[in-house]
Design a protein. Structure first.
Length: 367
């Protein structure tokens, strides 16, 4: 087996099978994978992404002949619940067949690839793009103690066993994806799934208390399909509008022209990509004190952190006066895709260097 050159790393990302990489509209996990892989290629590394065939990764090797669940749902009226497992089986075959070509396997999706990575004997990292404190992850940590977890926030890291934690790397996005906007739309913006975890109802209540227009963007949550009809739809009107799902181009106008982004979550959000997308547009964030929000938002600089709708309404006037150029500059300083890739590669190199040392020691003849 070839020892690893710590200056050049052969990296395989194992993506989920639900959406293409990157996604057409909603899908933060797939967007992060695409950005991370692209930056790693730019840094001179050999990178491949095990992903659905309908993915469109410019300049990055792609492995996978199956199509995403999203692709199937767009073409079939009734997709059986067993389809994702079938797609994962196809991906697992690819990992078992091609995984030994790489120095590092970085897992981003379901747990199915962990056993393959373990059997291949290659350093395996895992990014959990969800909360890490629930039963499935606790069981996973016990079953695969050698897998290194790259937490996406200090908040998430507290749920990862110390022996499994490789480090914390905040998400990042390319600096040129968005530009600083003017905020001339004067409305509050909400971007996320229409579900009780994301709490668009809080954004609606805030807009009413503050006397502000509100634009809601994002899909109806497939896991909670009646929430939109029951909670959001009755509030829609001239001043409160739902604009549906939007792509990157749509986000530029939607976030760049907003007076502020409302991030009224009601769960331990592990990161919250939309917060840094807003900051990239120079738009301040009104975030609720949950999960990673206090790590991402610099209080009084890039936004404010609140504990209630009433507090948010009382401070709207304060947050919309924050300097948009300063917000954009802080985004560039803290949340670039280049920084994300650099910090992730440092964790890879540490693992690969340790593995090379072990292989060298194993080959050395006994005295």
């Amino acid at each position: 087996m070839r020892t690893t050159n710590v200056c050049h790393v052969r990296i395989a990302h194992i993506a989920p099978v639900i959406h293409p990489v990157p996604p057409a509209t909603y899908g933060g996990t797939e967007r992060v994978i695409a950005d991370l892989a692209t930056e790693q290629v730019a840094a001179g590394h050999e990178v491949a992404v095990f992903a659905p065939a309908d993915s469109m990764l410019a300049g990055v090797k792609q492995i996978g002949t199956y199509h995403s669940l999203t692709w199937h749902k767009a073409r079939h009226d009734d997709v059986p619940p067993g389809v994702p497992a079938e797609l994962e089986a196809c991906q697992l075959r690819d990992v078992l067949t091609r995984g030994s070509e790489f120095d590092v396997l970085h897992l981003h999706g379901s747990a199915h690839a962990s056993a393959a990575a373990e059997q291949l004997g290659i350093p395996a990292f895992r990014t959990i793009h969800w909360r890490a404190d629930e039963l499935d992850h606790r069981e996973h940590f016990r079953a695969f103690p050698g897998e290194r977890v790259i937490a996406i926030s200090e908040s998430q890291a507290r749920s990862v066993p110390a022996g499994s934690l490789a480090g914390v790397v905040h998400h990042g996005i390319p600096a040129d994806r968005y530009r600083q906007g003017s905020g001339s739309g004067s409305y509050l913006a909400f971007l996320g799934r229409m579900t009780d975890q994301k709490r668009p109802d809080r954004a609606i209540e805030l807009a009413r208390l503050a006397g502000r227009d509100l634009q809601l963007a994002g899909p109806v949550d497939p896991g909670n399909p009646d929430y939109f009809d029951r909670v959001v739809a009755p509030s829609l009107g001239e001043r409160i509008r739902h604009v549906g799902s939007i792509d990157d181009q749509g986000k530029q106008a939607f976030l760049g022209e907003a007076a502020a982004l409302v991030f009224p979550i009601d769960w331990p959000e592990p990161f919250g990509l939309v917060m840094i997308e807003a900051m990239a547009c120079g738009t301040p964030v009104i975030g609720w004190r949950q999960g990673s929000v206090t790590e991402v938002v610099d209080e009084g600089v890039t936004g404010i952190v609140v504990d209630s709708v009433e507090e948010a309404a009382a401070r709207v006037g304060e947050v919309i006066t924050l300097n948009r150029s300063t917000i954009r500059a802080r985004f560039e300083e803290r949340f670039s895709a280049g920084r994300m890739a650099e910090q992730t590669l440092a964790l890879y190199r540490e693992a690969c260097s340790s593995r090379s040392s072990r292989l060298s020691s194993a080959r050395s003849p006994s005295p």
